[in-house]
Design a protein around this ligand. Sequence first.
Ligand code: PNS
Length: 160
Amino acid sequence: MTRRVAVYPGSFDPVTRGHEDLIRRSLAFADCVIVAVAENASKQPLFSLEERLELLRQAVGQPAVQVQSFQGLLVDFARRVGASMIVRGLRAVSDFEYEFQMALMNRHLEPRLETVFLVPAFDLTYLSSSLVREVARHGGDVSQLVHPAVDQALKRKFAP
Ligand code: PNS
């Protein structure tokens, strides 16, 4: 039987409970999920690439989930790792246009690769890495929204 490999790409700056939820949901239809951290998605990320990879490994590490970084086009990475699908989360209408454009462009570049959109858990719908960074930057409590390792890393980043 063919092994179904899904790529879940993003900047993960940092990984949140929302990302963790989507990875868990992906494992319902993929045998293996490769979390693909874009090296240059965000020009000035809060966490370095190494830090983002390490936090992801702590938050989502399990045999069926791999964490890797990639440079260049996502479709090239997906081809290299033998993925047949890209997983992305759709939280609100505001995500839709950007996600739709990316899905169509990726299909143009690699027609055999399907993009699968997943809806996150209700209570995680309005969660984003940028909101988590913003709240943590001002000393707010994000402990319910991220893995404890990420919470600690944020506290260290923003320690006075
Ligand atoms: O979590 P993000 O920052 O919204 O993720 C965006 C990401 C990394 C998935 C996207 O920027 C991407 O795929 N970058 C790799 C370069 C690429 O393939 N660009 C064309 C996509 S249409």
